[in-house]
Structure formats: structure tokens, C-alpha cells
Write a protein that binds this ligand. Structure first.
Ligand code: GLC
Length: 645
């Protein structure tokens, strides 16, 4: 290690440890009792591994840059498919196609005849709101909408359903849930957070994990379960100005109370992997922070699984490159997510292990943690992916012909989640629910465009460059309204904003339902300067104004990945509904907005704001407990039909 890098590393350590105090951290231990038999088995495996095997085990490559042959030659521990990455780059790949590739990686990883231990590779994916990379999968509301439900049992069921669809494709590990606590809504990943409220995040994250993995001591990693990932450790939602991968400045007490709340419960629920955050804490990058990764997480909090780095995030450590960064392993990252440059990284890590830049003890600890998780999860003894019970085609008659992917039960669960996530901010004159035997005008391209209701991480990373045909089985908001209104003897019209209220010859509608919102985004692409909605295009507002001038009641449905300053939109609406990013089952919106024939609601609103709602665009950092606290609508707000009586 060069003198400069040595100095930087030393400076880093001093900075990190200067004022730190582990007394701030919850003392807890792994929910898994140490199993001496398992540890002895790990001893044997590690003893039989070559140095090159060990280095390979701590590296994850991306499937577009990592062949099964590579996995065999370098003995890689893991592969991933990034957002928008598919077998053969085919976005409409079937579950069978995913399974075929999973089998190829698995077989390559166990194919060796040199007498050294056989260690299956593990495949990780971002199934962050259902198995969102897979054609025909069920897409659940993004976490912000699930936060509005505040229903941990629902989260548990969603975790289990998501796991079944992931397992059906032969994938063993899901990089979810994000248990960030977003504190500045300018952040492009606000919608990946359940709430600004740490304890709500802690409750929902733990439930998702238990549903995804099964409960420790009960059905942990039973057939149809997959490993979860608690991410991104630590303080990803607390960066200044909500800058993604930015700088979190906070006291250690605040960091633990707010940003570590979800990890306390995630680890107790058996989370076996934690993904390190791109962000930094008080000037030190998380991927280079041994105090937080080793002393706090693995020491005080008793985490005995492994820490996965984020997408080349180690390269952001001063002095590091994607292919050269001993600092990350030395700081407590146990596996590098090195999508493209993993070959050079393998070569450099091997050299650094030989020359002492990386201690063998630290390398062995990282390998042991990875192997412990693979052993606990049953992967070391599992059959090839396509022969596992829940793999597509093996489900038996318990599952409809289409298999688990997009299973009707999962879609029904997702539709229920949509209903429970909707938040009613305004309902003057009981405009809602809408009697089905009405003339209902639906306006706005977003009403029929499924991508608008999905958000990012949907077939593609950004949720862009996609269309309704990419989501067979999905229903748009318009689909749901049409079925409910026409089913109730009413009439439904669909127009673009510019066309409303319609030509002179057209009778005016009884009510207008305007659907509008944010365009899909993910990560830093979604960072914004203010919370103003639609700065350029105001056609939705103009349409609302014309409708109200014509005496037509206006219901607005907002599709949003974060709270937005929509004071004008709310003023121009008689009723205002926050729908967040509802996922593939858009019909769930009509379930609540369109009434029974007798005018009674099919379902009442249940959603409550999981984030404080701003009155002005500059109120991006607005959280319950602030002094002063002047939201347009406070955390927990949500109207009901019931109370409106
Ligand atoms: C991304 C995200 C992380 C995701 C990973 C793999 O950069 O930060 O949440 O799991 O890369 O796609």
C-alpha cells in the first residue's frame, strides 16, 4: 500500500474513532445460536480452500459481465442481475429462461475435481416491489405506499409472495428491503423508504424480512423463501439536501436513533446480509468505516452474517478504484459488488492478500461469514435451482398453470395493498365515492399508462423505456375505473387533459377523475431541487380549472414517489387522493373510489401519510418532531369515508 494510501487509511481510522462511543448502540446478539457443528464444517471448508478460492468467494460479478465459465474459473461467491439486466439481455425472458441461467451458474460453481471444497454460487437480485425485473411478475406498491398502510401483516404476506416469485426463477437472494429513513424528500430514493418515522420503518422492515426469509426457528429458508438484505447501512436517507450517495452529518445518538432503527429489528428478524451504503457519515464513506461496519454492526449489534458492498461503491473511497480497493475489505465489507471489473479486482486482492495489505484473518472472516450464510440458508446442500421445490414448473398442482410468477393470489394481495395505501387528503361535498351509474370522465395519460403507476425498478432500472405490453396481467387505473363504472351501468370517457371538458356536443360528465404525477425515476436520477410538482407542464391544473368552471366536480389522483407541494392542485380539486406508486394492480384505485350501486363504498380509505406533507416546495426536510413543524398535512394524516358522514 503506497505511503499516501497508508496515510489516508490511518486518517480515516482516526477520524472514525475519534469521538465514537459504542454505548450509543443497541447490544444484541444473533437470533441464530452458534452451532458448533456448523462452525466445524465451515472450518473444514475454509481449510480446504486455496487463497484464490477465498478471494473469489468475496467477489460478486454482474451477469452481463460474468459467464458461468468465469464463475468456475475464479470460484466467484456470487452473481447479481442489476436493474434492467436479464438472461441473454431479453426483458421478456420466461421463468424457465431465468432458471436455465441459474442452473448454468450453479453447475459451473460446483464443477471441480481438484479435491477442494465445492461452494455453490449465490445469485442476488433487486426484487424491491415484487420480482420487478421479470416479465409477468406481480409488482407491489413501492415502499412509500406500503408505509401508508402501516400494516406489518400485509408486509409479511408481500415478503412471502415476492420470495415465491424470486424462488420460482432460481434466485436465492433479494436485495430488499431498503430500511432507509428518508429525512429530506428531495432524495431520489424517498419512495424506497417506508417512512420518515424510524419506528414505523423498523416494524415494516422486520415484517418484510420475516415474510421473505421465514421466521428464525420456524420456517427460515423453507421452500419458497429467499434471503433478504437490510440496506443501505447506514444513514442513506439522511444525506444533506437528500443528495443520493451524499453526506450524512449527524451525531452518533441521532444516527442510531433514526437511521439504525430498522437494523435493530432486521437483525432480530434474522437478516443475514446487510448492504453498505454509498453515503458517508461525518465525512467517512460507509464502505471505509470499520467503526460502523465492524465495531457497531458486527460487534455491538451481533451481526454474524455478511456485509455486501454496493455497486462499485468501494471505488468512492479515497484512493480506490472499482478494481483495486483493499480498504473496503479491511474496513469490514465482506463481499465486493464488482459488476464489471471483478477480474482485475480478483488479481489485485490476491496480490494484496499475499503481500499483507489484506490480512488473511480478515479474508478468512469474510469468507466464513459468507459460507455461514450459505450454510444456514441451505444453499450448500441444495439441489440445482431448477430442481428446488418452488422453481417454476415444480410447483405441483398447488399453483395455477402460470406458476408463481404473477400468480392470481399475489395479484389479489397487491391489489389489496393498493387499496390500503391510498391516502385521502380532501373530499369536499362527498364527491367520493363515485356512484358507478354515472358519467365519469377520466383524464390524463397517466391513467392508462402502466409505467406511470410503477415508478423505478420496473423491468428497467429507471422504469423508463417500457410500456404496458411489458407488464402482462397488470391493470391500469383506467382499466379499474372502466370495469367498475361500466359494470355498474355507468358511462366512462377517457380524454387527454387538453381535451377536457370536451366538445359542445358532448354532455358534461357527472364527475371528472384526473390522474397525474411524477415520471418514473430511480436513485440519483430522481434527486430534485425542490418539491414543486410539474414545474413546466401545468396542463393538469388548466384542465381542472376548466372543469370546475363548468361545474364538474374534480377528483385528483396523484402518482408520486415522495410528498410534493401540490397546494394549487389540491385547491383545484374537490377531492384529492395520494396513490404513491401503486404497482401493477392499478385497479385497486377504483376499488376505493367507485362505490357500490347503493352508493356505499366497496372499501374505505385506510392509508395514513408515512411522511409529513409539505405546504411549499422548499419544505423538503420536514419531519414529525421538528420545531417548528408546519406541514400542509401532518405525518399520520388520512381522511376516511366513515368519518365524513
Ligand atoms: C444500486 C443500489 C442498490 C442495488 C444495487 C444492485 O446501485 O444502490 O440498492 O441493490 O445497486 O442493483
Amino acid at each position: 500500500m503506497s505511503g499516501v494510501r497508508l496515510f489516508l487509511s490511518a486518517l480515516l481510522l482516526v477520524t472514525t474513532h475519534a469521538a465514537a462511543d459504542l454505548a450509543h448502540w443497541p447490544r444484541q446478539s444473533s437470533p441464530f445460536p452458534i452451532d458448533s457443528g456448523e462452525e466445524a464444517r465451515l472450518d473444514g471448508i475454509i481449510a480446504g480452500m486455496s487463497l484464490s478460492d477465498k478471494v473469489g468467494q468475496v467477489i460478486m460479478g454482474e451477469i452481463q459481465y460474468t459467464s458461468p465459465k468465469d464463475v468456475k474459473r475464479y470460484r466467484l461467491g456470487a452473481v447479481l442481475n442489476g436493474g434492467g439486466s436479464f438472461p441473454d439481455k431479453e426483458r421478456h425472458a420466461s421463468a424457465a429462461d431465468w432458471l436455465t441461467l441459474a442452473d448454468a451458474y450453479y453447475q459451473a460453481s460446483v464443477d471441480r475435481d481438484d479435491g477442494r471444497p465445492v461452494i455453490p454460487v449465490i445469485w442476488g437480485t433487486d426484487a424491491v416491489h415484487g420480482h420487478n425485473n421479470v416479465f409477468g411478475a406481480t409488482l407491489f406498491p413501492h415502499n412509500i405506499g406500503l408505509g401508508a398502510t402501516a400494516d406489518s401483516e400485509l408486509l409479511r404476506l408481500i415478503g412471502a409472495a415476492t420470495a415465491r416469485e424470486v424462488a420460482a426463477t432460481g434466485i436465492y437472494w433479494n436485495f430488499a428491503p431498503t430500511i432507509a429513513v428518508p429525512r429530506n424528500d428531495r432524495w431520489g430514493r424517498t419512495y424506497e423508504g417506508y417512512s420518515e418515522h424510524p419506528e414505523l420503518v423498523a416494524e415494516l422492515g422486520a415484517a418484510l424480512i420475516e415474510g421473505m426469509q421465514g421466521a428464525v426457528g420456524r420456517d427460515f429458508m423453507a421452500p419458497g423463501k429467499v434471503l433478504a438484505t437490510a440496506k443501505h447501512f447506514l444513514g442513506d436517507g439522511g444525506t444533506r439536501d437528500g443528495v443520493d450517495q451524499g453526506r450524512t452529518w449527524a451525531s452518533e445518538e441521532e444516527l442510531v436513533r433514526i437511521h439504525a432503527a430498522g437494523y435493530r429489528t432486521a437483525l432480530k428478524s434474522g437478516a443475514q446480509t446487510v448492504m453498505a451504503s454509498f453515503s458517508s457519515w461525518n465525512g467517512v464513506k460507509m464502505h471505509a468505516n470499520p467503526y460502523l461496519l465492524q465495531d457497531a454492526l458486527k460487534g455491538a449489534m451481533g451481526f454474524d452474517g455478511f456485509v455486501l458492498g454496493d455497486w462499485d461503491a468501494h471505488s468512492q473511497i479515497p484512493g480506490c478504484k472499482p478494481h483495486n480497493c483493499p480498504e473496503a475489505l479491511n474496513a469490514g465489507v465482506d463481499m465486493y459488488m464488482a459488476p464489471k471489473r471483478w477480474k482485475r479486482l480478483h488479481r489485485n486482492l490476491l496480490r494484496q492478500a499475499r503481500n499483507g495489505e489484506i490480512t488473511i484473518a480478515r479474508l478468512d472472516d469474510a469468507v466464513r461469514r459468507i459460507l455461514r450464510v450459505k450454510l444456514r440458508a441451505g444453499l450448500l446442500d441444495a439441489p440445482p435451482p431448477s430442481q428446488r421445490p418452488v422453481a417454476s414448473g415444480n410447483e405441483g398442482d398447488a399453483v395455477s398453470r402460470s406458476g408463481w410468477i404473477g400468480h392470481p393470489d399475489h395479484r389479489a394481495l397487491a391489489r389489496s395493498a393498493v387499496r390500503q395505501s391510498l391516502v385521502l387528503l380532501k373530499n369536499e361535498g362527498r364527491v367520493l365515492p363515485i356512484a358507478p351509474k354515472s358519467r365519469v370522465l377520466v383524464a390524463g395519460a397517466a391513467a392508462s399508462n402502466v409505467p406511470n403507476q410503477l415508478g423505478g425498478w420496473s423491468m428497467t432500472w429507471q422504469g423508463d423505456d417500457i410500456g404496458n405490453p411489458d407488464f402482462p396481467g397488470a391493470t391500469s387505473i383506467l382499466d379499474g375505473v372502466r370495469a367498475a363504472v361500466q359494470g355498474g351501468g355507468g358511462t366512462m370517457l377517457f380524454r387527454q387533459f387538453a381535451e377536457v371538458p370536451g366538445g359542445q356536443e358532448e354532455p358534461l360528465p357527472d364527475v371528472a377523475l384526473l390522474v397525474y404525477g411524477e415520471e418514473p425515476y430511480a436513485e440519483y436520477e430522481g434527486d430534485v431541487e425542490t418539491l414543486e410538482f410539474g414545474p413546466r407542464d401545468k396542463s393538469h391544473l388548466q384542465a381542472a380549472g376548466r372543469l370546475q368552471a363548468a361545474g364538474v366536480p374534480v377528483v385528483s389522483v396523484l402518482l408520486n414517489g415522495r410528498p410534493l407541494a401540490v397546494v394549487n392542485e389540491i385547491a383545484a380539486s374537490d377531492a384529492f387522493v395520494v396513490a404513491w406508486l401503486p404497482g401493477s394492480e392499478g385497479a385497486g384505485v377504483a376499488d376505493v373510489l367507485i362505490a357500490r350501486a347503493n352508493g356505499e363504498p366497496h372499501f374505505d380509505f385506510r392509508g395514513r401519510l408515512p411522511f409529513s406533507w409539505p405546504g411549499s416546495p422548499d419544505q423538503a426536510e420536514l419531519n414529525q418532531g421538528d420545531e417548528p413543524y408546519e406541514p400542509a398535512f401532518p405525518f399520520g394524516f388520512g381522511l376516511r369515508y366513515e368519518r365524513a358522514r
